[in-house]
Write a protein that binds this ligand. Structure first.
Ligand code: SF4
Length: 369
């Protein structure tokens, strides 16, 4: 396979201390240390091989799994092989996902040497709802972890919340949002619970999730409560203080190139997309990634609908630069229908979904694909 250059780097750490009930991300719970050493060694080789394809990375995102489930010395090893392989001078945002329960003084010190942005999953502050999600730990550990990171000089911290949890009321959701704001984080992601096939929640026949109407009201409530506190929605599920948007993700939603390392990680070179095997043994054995083969027009449409997830939508000239004039005009023509349905706003320069349209993004995107 020959590669073009990539602007962004994603590294998937496929280890967690235990498996959450709703999770369908690829991760292995309780991996032994030799497995982790093999993983790091393979990453080191892959970084070396592909570093020439990333001469000036703009951002790095270490996700998972739970990256900080690695012990402090493995975490240090991970960061140092990244720093040895890539030119970090061009990197303007270096993020890592953390689980508050697995953070300690030593790991926070390692993280603060390299990363400048931490995304910490709390999911819910309610002990009862955390139990439904199968999350270990309690909200106190989240506040302790925040203090620890702040004490090491990291201020750009975000958190993830989940809504539409079985049994959750609108009042409880409002309280979750307020607690997240009051914690002092700069970024909040709020995702509706999806019961993914393969998760342990999916096999629980007694589970009853909030209906679509309540789920939509919870989404609207998030926009209202967070908006009043100067957390602006900039993507369907993401809110931030001004200028604290996740630049890594934002540019990827707008079709930027990225290379993914580790099992289950995807890459995109501007036209082709591929995904590493979602299995650590196969990945260690060097199994080829799976190519996602679609027509160039379908790929550009895919990029277009991903950009519609952003509240600012598309700068039409930016999309024209990727797709050319004919396809851009064709898509704008198709979008007139959504404009007439009062889901989209189209001006000479910009094309964006309004709130009603964002809520119906799934439907709009499947029509446009
Ligand atoms: S939700 Fe996060 S912490 Fe829980 S099992 Fe999945 S990747 Fe691990």
């Amino acid at each position: 396979m020959s590669f073009k250059t990539f602007n962004r780097i994603y590294i998937h750490v496929p280890f967690c201390s235990s498996k959450c009930a709703y999770c369908a991300f690829y991760s292995v719970a309780g991996a032994a240390q030799p497995r982790i050493e093999n993983y790091l060694e393979k990453l080191r080789r892959d970084f070396k091989k592909y570093a020439p394809s990333c001469p000036a990375p703009q951002s790095i995102f270490i996700g998972g799994g739970t990256p900080n489930s690695l012990n402090a010395s493995s975490l240090e090893n991970l960061f140092s092989i990244i720093a040895d392989s890539f030119n970090l001078e061009s990197v303007s945002e270096f993020s890592i996902e953390c689980n508050p329960e697995s953070l300690d003084e030593k790991k926070a010190a390692v993280i603060s040497k390299y990363a400048d942005r931490v995304s910490m999953g709390v999911q819910s502050f309610s002990p009862a709802l955390r139990k439904v999600l199968g999350r270990n730990g309690n909200p106190e550990t989240f506040y302790n972890a925040l203090n620890l990171l702040n004490s090491k000089g990291i201020e750009n911290i975000g958190t993830d919340l989940i809504y539409a949890i079985p049994g959750q009321t609108l009042e409880e959701w409002s309280s979750e949002l307020s607690q997240a704001v009051d914690s002092g984080v700069k970024h909040i992601s709020a995702y509706s619970l999806t019961i993914e096939e393969g998760s342990s929640l999916a096999s629980d026949k007694n589970i009853k999730v909030p209906d679509d109407e309540l789920s939509a009201t919870m989404w609207e409530t998030a926009g209202q409560i967070l908006g009043k506190k100067n957390f602006l929605r900039y993507e369907i599920s993401n809110y931030s203080r001004p200028s604290f948007e996740c630049r890594h993700n934002t540019d990827i939603w707008l079709g930027d190139t990225y290379i993914g390392f580790g099992p289950a990680a995807s890459s995109f070179d501007g036209s082709d997309r591929w995904t590493n095997p979602p299995d650590i043994s196969q990945w260690l054995a060097g199994k080829d990634p799976e190519m996602d083969i679609i027509t160039p027009e379908k790929r550009l449409r895919e990029i277009f609908v991903m950009g519609l997830r952003l509240t600012d939508g598309w700068d039409i000239e930016r999309f024209r630069g990727k797709a050319g004039n004919a396809l851009t005009e064709k898509i704008i023509g198709e979008c007139q229908f959504f404009s007439s349905e009062n889901l989209m706003e189209i001006t000479e320069k910009n094309l964006r979904l309004n709130d009603k349209g964002l809520l119906l993004w799934n439907t709009v995107s499947s029509e446009l694909l």
